[in-house]
Design a binder for this molecule. Structure first.
Ligand SMILES: Nc1ncnc2c1ncn2[C@@H]1O[C@H](COP(=O)(O)OP(=O)(O)OP(=O)(O)O)[C@@H](O)[C@H]1O
Ligand SMILES: [Mg+2]
Length: 340
């Protein structure tokens, strides 16, 4: 039974008072009159019962209302909460518990975001520090005399230029991520042919693949497949996936792009027969700055931002991207696009 509602408290006190008055009446009448005045006694008891019930109910309700209103006001931190005020204390307890759980969840989320932010800032400065220190080192060496040393001056300058390129890459990726996060990634949806776009990307990365003796496989007989999306952004997705497959593929291995019909969508797969990714690394792969093998990735000029951007772009198209991989066997990334 609920005991903490004003009605129950009033009922309990009214019964208690009536019982006390009843005992008192019986006692008095027995001693002084030796007879019981039934009618008068019942009338008095009824007045006591209803009178005390009404008074207690009203004052308890007022008392709880005033205090609970304050609690609700400070918990909800908003004006005009009077409509929400609940005078049943069990229900108030439940409400407060729900609110406390909500607040705790908000605090936990904020703490998590704060730790992401801290990790992100740490990563950004760490990634920028490497090329900056390289540039500083080369410039100092050049100024200290290497500038006039014909055997190294050009080499140092070209290394400086590489480090500058790397910084530009990082900053451009960061700019892209910030655009995505503030919803300023203005996608330009048009209809275009994914087969010819893939061919363009493969032509672009041909030299990179040759350097690592990776053969690029692509069925030339694919008929044209028209899709709807932002061509430049999807091209960026394709470049990152294919370049990754070359960078993390086996030297002398192969990369293959395939298309599969999936109802109103087309599934695009980029597979390699490279080092693969272990199962515990797979869930974190699309996080910013996440790299499985940091030294190998850095040596390849990677920052770990590529897949984070890829995922954002695909999700901005309301499509999805997946990865499956077996260590030592290879990796397949697949994403979908809307066919026209
Ligand atoms: N095809 C693949 N095979 C094996 N590992 C991969 C493959 N693609 C990505 N990875 C792993 O995932 C990590 C993240 O990839 P991502 O594209 O985000 O970054 P990156 O290639 O290192 O740098 P960026 O793309 O920013 O230049 C890589 O560092 C690599 O460890
Ligand atoms: Mg990459």
């Amino acid at each position: 039974m609920q005991t903490s509602s004003p009605k129950n408290i009033a009922l309990f006190l009214a019964f208690a008072l009536t019982a006390l008055v009843l005992i008192f009446l019986v006692f008095i009448q027995k001693i002084y009159a030796n007879q019981i005045l039934w009618l008068e006694s019942i009338a008095l008891l009824l007045v006591v019962f209803f009178g005390s019930y009404f008074l207690v109910y009203k004052s308890v309700k007022r008392y709880i209302y005033d205090r609970v209103k304050l609690i609700y006001k400070s918990l909800l931190r908003q004006k005009g909460t009077s409509e929400f005020v609940e005078t049943n204390l069990d229900k108030v307890g439940d409400d407060v518990e729900i609110l406390a759980t909500q607040r705790q969840k908000e605090i936990d989320d904020l703490k998590l975001m704060e730790s992401f932010r801290r990790e992100f800032l740490g990563n950004v400065s760490h990634e920028l520090k490497t090329p900056i220190f390289n540039i500083q080192g080369y410039i100092h060496t050049l100024l200290d005399g290497a500038l006039h040393d014909e055997t190294v001056n050009e080499q140092y300058l070209s290394r400086t230029s590489k480090s500058v390129d790397r910084m530009i890459n990082i900053v451009e990726d960061l700019e892209m991520i910030s655009k995505i996060e503030s919803d300023r990634l203005d996608l330009e949806f048009t209809d275009w042919d994914i087969v010819s776009m893939t061919q363009d990307v493969l032509d672009q990365v041909e030299m990179k693949a040759k350097k690592r003796s990776v053969s690029l496989k692509f069925e030339k007989e694919y008929p044209s497949i028209k899709v709807n999306g932002d061509r430049d952004k999807i091209m960026q997705v394709m470049i990152n996936l294919i370049v990754n497959s070359i960078k993390y593929g086996r030297a002398g291995g192969s990369t293959e792009v395939r298309f599969y019909e999936m109802g109103e969508n087309i599934l695009i797969e980029v597979s390699d027969d490279g080092i693969g990714i272990s199962e515990d690394n797979l869930p974190r792969l699309f996080e910013r700055f996440y790299r499985v093998d940091k030294s190998r990735s850095r040596e390849q000029g990677g920052t770990g931002l590529g897949l984070a951007i890829v995922k954002h772009i695909i999700e901005a198209h309301k499509q999805s991207i997946n990865v499956r991989s077996t260590e030592g066997v290879g990796t397949t990334f697949s994403f979908t696009l809307r066919k026209v």
